[in-house]
Design a binder for this molecule. Structure first.
Ligand SMILES: [Zn+2]
Length: 278
C-alpha cells in the first residue's frame, strides 16, 4: 500500500532502527506504584486510559536535577512521553496535569489515595484499556484531594468493581435471581451479592457458611444508593459510624474473596484510624 509519490530512499537514509516518532508514544497516566531500581532509576506501574496498566522505567529520576522528578510520583496525574524499549519502555518526558498536592501532603489522605491505586493495580489486568476506570480513579483522587469523606472510597470501590466486571448484586438474590424481601439479609462473597432467605438457608448449611456477612436493611439501602448514584448524589448520604463501618467491612470481605488476599494499604488505613480516630 505504498504511495506512488513516495521518494526513493537513498541507502544512507535507511536506518537500522525505526524513526524516532515510531518509537515514541504519549499517554496520560497515574503512577500506581514505584520500586527503586539501580542507583537512580525507578520502575513505575502506570494506569493509563487507552493502554491500561503498564510498567515503565524512569531513568535517573532519583537524581536531584532530574527533569522527571516530581512528575512521576505515585498518585500524580501526568502526561508522559514514552520510548519503546527492548524489554521495558522508558519515560522520556513528563508533565504534571494535576499534582493532587493536598492529597499527597498528609499521611492519612495519602493512605486513602494509595488504597485506591492499590485497588486498581489489583483488579486491572495488564495492558487492558479501560478509560472509564482511569477516569474514575482521576475523579476519586480529586475528591480525596478536596477532603471528601470516606463515602468517596465506598463510591470508588463499588463503581470500580462494576467497571472491572465484579458488580456486587444488591437488588435481587445473587444465587437464584429471586426478589428480596424488605429485611436484613446475608451477603455471600462466593455468590457475589445478597441471598434470598431460601438460598441463605442452603448456603448457611454449607461449609463456607462463616463467610456470609449479615447486612441490615439500612446497610442494603445505602449500598444500593452508592452503587446506583453519581457521586454528587452519593456524597449527600449521611451514614452513622456503625453503618459506615458495616458497609466498609462487607466490601472489604468481597474484595478479599475476589483477590484471595488483603490489600496492604487497608492495614495501614486501619492503623491510622486506631491512632487518630476522626
Ligand atoms: Zn435466592
Amino acid at each position: 500500500m505504498s504511495s506512488p509519490q513516495k521518494p526513493r530512499q537513498r541507502p544512507d537514509q535507511v536506518a537500522s532502527r525505526p524513526p524516532e516518532a515510531e518509537r515514541l508514544y504519549k499517554t496520560e497516566s497515574i503512577v500506581l506504584k514505584q520500586v527503586h531500581i539501580g542507583e537512580a532509576d525507578r520502575l513505575l506501574t502506570l494506569y493509563t486510559p487507552y493502554l491500561g496498566k503498564l510498567r515503565v522505567v524512569a531513568r535517573g529520576v532519583r537524581r536531584p536535577k532530574s527533569k522527571l522528578a516530581g512528575h512521576v510520583e505515585p498518585l500524580v496525574h501526568t502526561r508522559l512521553m514514552i520510548a519503546k524499549g527492548r524489554t521495558l519502555d522508558i519515560v522520556t518526558q513528563a508533565e504534571t496535569v494535576t499534582p493532587f498536592v493536598k492529597l499527597r501532603s498528609g499521611l492519612e489522605t495519602t493512605a486513602r489515595g494509595i488504597y485506591c491505586a492499590e485497588l486498581v493495580d489489583a483488579f486491572a489486568p495488564d495492558e487492558a484499556p479501560n478509560p472509564q476506570a482511569f477516569a474514575l480513579l482521576v475523579v476519586t483522587l480529586g475528591h480525596l484531594d478536596e477532603g471528601e469523606p470516606d463515602i468517596a472510597l465506598r463510591w470508588f470501590e463499588l463503581h470500580l468493581l462494576n467497571l472491572m466486571g465484579f458488580r456486587p448484586e444488591f437488588h435481587q438474590c445473587a444465587e437464584c435471581g429471586g426478589a428480596l424481601p424488605l429485611e436484613a439479609a446475608a451477603f455471600s462473597p462466593e455468590a457475589g451479592g445478597i441471598l434470598c432467605p431460601g438460598c441463605r438457608q442452603i448456603a448457611g448449611s454449607a461449609e463456607h457458611a462463616s463467610a456470609l456477612a449479615m447486612l441490615s436493611l439500612n446497610d442494603i439501602k445505602a449500598l444500593r444508593f452508592i452503587q446506583d448514584q453519581q457521586y454528587t448524589e452519593a456524597r449527600r448520604l449521611r451514614l452513622a459510624a456503625p453503618l459506615a463501618r458495616e458497609i466498609e467491612d462487607v466490601l472489604r470481605l468481597y474484595v478479599r474473596h475476589l483477590l484471595e488476599r488483603d490489600l496492604r494499604s487497608t492495614a495501614f488505613v486501619d492503623h491510622l484510624r486506631r491512632v487518630s480516630p476522626a
